[in-house]
Design a protein around this ligand. Structure first.
Ligand code: IPM
Ligand code: MG
Length: 369
């Protein structure tokens, strides 16, 4: 029986609450006796700062490097607004991405049929929506140097962030997008700002070259990132895969997430390059944040955390069928009318985080027969 080690990093705010429900799904998977998942747990974000004065300890980083996959909850909250910049909760997330080399961030935006009228757009615009945003995750303005605030001679301050991309960084993310497009709608939109930024010019050139060399069968369209934001709310179903840089990907994925009704619904995967054995380092994380305003109130939607686990089954453990089953269980529970507050609609049953998690496990039991 295959056995995998997963590091759980629940983090802050609603992170621990939604992680509890993912852990229950993992326990259920263990009862199926097809694989064994062993889990370890550690601190990240504000909770790590409270104990170690850093956003992630070296020992937690070591565990992450050794694990077959990391499940990450969420980090941050007003409690840590005043901690030193290097130790802010988000620094833990950024270190994990950088040190594990997780350059490819997959952010699907799928509109469940049962939720098509929960979107702020008209149901016919979003029903059946299935977009995949492929965001570059270890480069660009998030990590470029210099990154500093300096005091000038006249006493004024000057802040600098650096947007920087090299050929190979663009090449490898473009390949991830084209490969994934082949398994879906076979269409890629590459979003950049080549009309203003040099990094956008290079982005455009490299994506064009990779396409011409190895992916002529995939339809490629270049789109300016601002126009992409506009088209996402005008006619989102024209998109299949969108590939873009770290900062534009951050924004466009929040926008795409909201098209589906709630950001509480969306999972993500962050993948590294395959090693000699074809295995990739990987971290799975809901797109929503730590939501401190509803933390501890049993209101959080655990679906994004649970479908992040489904992505882990698919991309790290080659368990596509189990991933399908988890996603089917989520659909089943939504169709039965269960809703957490963020996706509540008239005449549906409002449930707590734990009730939603339990209902999904029960549905898994039913589906597995
Ligand atoms: C995300 C988040 C992070 C990011 C923050 C928490 C650093 O917004 O994963 O989209 O900006 O990448
Ligand atoms: Mg974001």
């Amino acid at each position: 029986m295959a056995s995998f080690d997963i590091l759980l990093l629940p983090g802050d705010g609603i992170g621990p609450e939604v992680m509890t429900e993912a852990r229950n799904v993992l326990s259920w998977l263990n009862t199926q006796k097809k694989t064994t998942f062993q889990t370890e747990e550690d601190l990240v974000g504000g909770s790590a700062y409270d104990k170690h004065k850093v956003a992630i300890s070296n020992s937690a980083m070591d565990k992450a490097l050794k694990a077959d996959a990391v499940l990450f909850g969420a980090v941050g909250g007003p409690k840590w607004d005043k901690v030193p910049y290097e130790a802010r909760p988000e620094a833990g997330l950024l270190r994990l991405r950088k040190d594990l080399g997780l350059f490819a961030n997959l952010r699907p935006a799928i509109c469940y049929k049962a939720l098509s009228d929960a979107s702020s757009l008209k149901p016919e615009l979003v029903e059946g929506l299935d977009i995949l945003i492929v965001r570059e995750l270890t480069g660009g303005v998030y990590f470029g140097e210099p990154k500093e605030i300096v005091t000038l001679e006249n006493g004024e301050k000057r802040a600098v962030d650096t947007q920087v991309y090299t050929t190979h960084e663009i090449d490898r993310i473009a390949r991830v997008a084209f490969d994934l497009a082949r398994k879906r709608g076979n269409k890629v939109h590459s979003a950049d700002k080549r009309n203003v930024m040099r990094s956008g010019v290079l982005w455009n050139q490299v994506v064009t070259a990779v396409h011409a060399k190895d992916y002529k069968d995939v339809k490629l369209e270049h789109i300016l990132a601002d126009a992409c934001a506009m088209q996402l709310v005008r006619a989102p179903k024209q998109f299949d895969v969108i590939v873009t840089d770290n900062l534009f990907g951050d924004m466009l994925s929040d926008e795409a997430a909201m098209l589906t009704g709630s950001i509480g619904m969306l999972p993500s995967a962050a993948l590294g390059a395959p090693d000699a054995k074809g295995r990739r380092k990987a971290m799975y994380e809901p797109v929503h944040g730590s939501a401190p305003d509803i933390a501890g109130k049993a209101m959080a939607n655990p679906i994004a955390m649970i479908t992040s686990l489904a992505m882990a089954l698919r991309y790290s453990f080659d368990m596509g069928e189990a991933a399908d089953l988890v996603e089917k269980a989520v659909t089943g529970v939504l169709e039965a009318g269960l809703r957490t507050g963020d996706i509540m609609q008239p005449n549906r049953k409002r449930v707590t985080t734990a009730e939603m998690g339990k209902a999904i496990v029960k549905e898994l039991d039913r589906l597995a027969g």
